[in-house]
Ligand binder design. Structure first.
Ligand SMILES: *Cc1c(COP(=O)(O)O)cnc(C)c1O
Length: 390
């Protein structure tokens, strides 16, 4: 294989960005401008009726009883951990293969993240690995585990039955990191409504993105709902009287109003993503690349394809450069698993601890899958990958 220095040939004028939000914006521009003007005229910027309306809409969409608009997906995780009273003496289990915010939020409460490996087919946390990690602990250490954060990576739910079973057995709070999975389903249940908390992100590049930072924490518990709302505003229900130390986790009215507009289109966009995933499958099979390219496994019944991630048997990094040269945007989600991050070196993990996560970090590549992607663009992506490996 002569990969290095090889340039893509042929239709080099084709551009396929990883994500093109400008196309989507053109379809909602009028509605967005109208609501923006209304909010500017009202000069009412933070929380208020727009945020309350979005909370109701998201709760309904995710079949959760309550939802609390917050400042980001990261803050949705942090405030949920705080509402669950997770603190310095506690340990929280999560996947080693996730966006940093999952593990970072645990550490920010003072608690210790405990990592587990992934299922190599879905990239989601593996219950077998969770059991192995638990079995390797002393009874005293195991008692410190208070919560588990399953991450529904790339838009597909974790195997929630086995996670709920583990949680019941060890009396753990379940906080779903659904930042990549709004609208995804597990056995007919919506992501974020299955555990004690569901955390969502409106970061612009997510499948339901705001025009800035934003997020929401969902819960079916009235008690947790009250706590979330209290913690969002510095732990105070009555202004300047504080019964808990919370934070400024508030969501802007403008972001809420824009997400409300976009939510109406989300199912259509999700269907387009799913159709694009199907097209990739056909194109890859036609290209005869099954020895080199591992396509994403669709195990749960509503994968919303926030990302379409393939795994390459070899030369992933060279392929990425080759595709960049050919005008194709790709991304590596994520190049370093959590147990090998510098900031967690005090936890004494080492290379080889979680082989499936480590393998994924060095072999996966996300391809463009956004709703407006054209068939020609997808065909071009697969042709260039075929060219690289031939
Ligand atoms: C994006 C993301 C977050 C954080 O969301 P922000 O809104 O960027 O703070 C957390 N977890 C996962 C898995 C994510 O993809």
């Amino acid at each position: 294989m002569k990969a290095e220095g090889k340039k893509a040939e042929g239709k080099n004028n084709m551009k396929v960005p990883l994500l093109d939000l400008k196309l989507q914006y053109q379809t909602i521009k009028e509605e967005v401008m109208k609501v923006t003007e209304e909010i500017f005229e009202s000069q009412y910027f933070i929380l208020g009726p727009r945020v309350e309306a979005l909370e109701k809409e998201i709760a309904e969409y995710c079949s959760s009883k309550h939802a609390v608009g917050v400042s980001s997906g990261t803050d949705a995780l942090l405030i949920s951990l705080m509402a669950a009273d997770i603190g310095p003496e506690d340990k929280v289990i999560t996947s080693t293969y996730t966006f940093f915010a999952t593990a970072g939020s645990i550490a920010r409460t003072g608690a210790t993240p405990v990592f587990a490996d992934i299922d190599p087919e879905t990239y989601n946390i593996s219950s077998k690995s969770i059991f192995r990690v638990m079995d390797g602990m002393t009874g005293k250490e195991r008692k410190k585990i208070k919560a588990i954060i399953p991450v529904h990576l790339y838009g597909q739910c974790c195997d929630m039955d086995s996670i709920l079973e583990i949680a019941a057995q060890y009396n753990l709070i379940v906080i779903e990191d659904a930042a990549q999975a709004i609208g995804a389903e597990y056995k007919g249940r919506r992501a974020g409504s299955i555990g004690d908390f569901g955390c969502f992100s409106f970061f612009p590049s997510k499948n339901l993105g705001a025009f800035g930072d934003g997020g929401i924490a969902a819960t079916n518990s009235d008690e947790f709902f009250d706590k979330l709302r209290l913690l969002r505003v510095h732990g105070s229900h009555l202004k300047y009287y504080h019964n808990k130390v919370g934070g400024n986790f508030r969501l802007d009215a403008l972001q809420a109003a824009i997400v409300s507009i976009k939510l109406k289109y989300l199912d259509g966009w999700t269907e387009a993503r799913q159709a694009n995933a199907d097209k990739y499958r056909e194109l890859f099979i036609d290209a005869g690349l099954e020895d080199i390219v591992n396509l994403p496994a669709e195990k749960e019944n509503r994968h919303i394809y926030n990302q379409f991630v393939i795994s390459l048997k070899e030369k992933r990094d060279d392929l990425k450069i080759f595709l960049t040269d050919a005008g194709i945007g790709t991304e590596i989600y994520y190049p370093v698993p959590m147990h090998l991050q510098d900031c967690f070196s005090n936890l004494n993990y080492g290379e080889g601890d979680f082989p499936a996560g480590e393998y994924a970090a060095s072999h996966t590549l996300a391809l463009p899958v956004y709703p407006e992607l054209s068939y020609e663009q997808q065909a071009y992506v697969v042709e260039r990958i075929k060219e690289f490996y031939s």
